[in-house]
Write a protein that binds this ligand. Structure first.
Ligand SMILES: Nc1ncnc2c1ncn2[C@@H]1O[C@H](COP(=O)(O)OP(=O)(O)OP(=O)(O)O)[C@@H](O)[C@H]1O
Length: 218
């Protein structure tokens, strides 16, 4: 479903962030991406999310070469991706319901369909009772679960998470990781950047390790 084929990324004036990276992530596979600060984890995720383009090589998503897509195609292709960030990136002046509904509103779904899908997504993350609350009235763990509900409401084929537990204590981190496992179990591919080595070692999934832009374990 996702293939990196000899991918390098060089930022102007900043040197190589990724060097000749090749790996394959299968449909329904869950893997962790780890490595020191500045190793290239976020850059790798940004290439998949079409927020950056690679300097050399190819990134293939469901067989589609991301080097060859037009600006116009990006929003459509992004609908197959669920993006989750360390700082949640929620709209603080909107309710939980509205935050989760946002991708569906943008995609042009009707009101009834939106209500049904948002409730289903909130149910999956255990937040059905909180739809009228505002993000700041929730705990950090709950805010991240809103972020996850928003990421999965479009039923993406691939979930990308960048340090999703970076602001959470160990217990909440384990809960959030367990949610990702549940999506993987229903066939969604999941790639999670994390430097929480203890947690991800315990979980026992495949680990992609970056070191100064090189994939040293995959
Ligand atoms: N937009 C950018 N412009 C220039 N250089 C960048 C940019 N983004 C990242 N870099 C550089 O690319 C390298 C890889 O950064 P990246 O953010 O991908 O690493 P990371 O593994 O995610 O780090 P961290 O764990 O600290 O978030 C670093 O040297 C960083 O300074």
């Amino acid at each position: 479903m996702l293939k990196f084929d000899h991918v390098s990324k060089r930022y102007p004036d900043a040197g190589d962030a990724l060097v000749d990276v090749s790996f394959h992530l299968a449909r329904g596979e869950m893997a962790f991406l780890t490595g020191h600060s500045g190793a290239g984890k976020s850059t790798l995720l940004k290439l998949i999310a079409m927020m950056e383009t690679c300097s050399r090589g190819h990134v293939l998503l469901d067989g589609q070469n991301l080097n060859r897509i037009s600006e116009r195609q990006v929003p459509y292709l992004r609908r197959n991706l669920g993006l989750i960030f360390q700082d949640y990136k929620l709209l603080l002046d909107r309710t939980v319901f509205d935050n989760v509904a946002l991708p569906l509103v943008i995609s042009g779904y009707g009101h009834q369909d939106i209500a049904k899908r948002v409730r289903a997504a909130l149910d999956k993350v255990g937040l059905l009772g909180k739809e009228k609350k505002y993000p700041l009235a929730l705990s950090g763990g709950e805010q991240q679960r809103v972020g996850i509900a928003r990421a999965v409401v479009n039923k993406p084929r691939l979930i990308l998470a960048d340090e999703p537990t970076g602001n959470l204590d160990p217990e909440l981190s384990a809960e959030v990781m367990h949610l990702f496992e549940q999506f993987q179990q229903v066939g969604v591919s999941v790639l999670i950047a994390s430097h929480d080595i203890d947690l991800i070692t315990r979980m026992g999934y495949r680990m992609l390790v970056l070191d100064h832009g090189h994939l040293v374990k995959g």
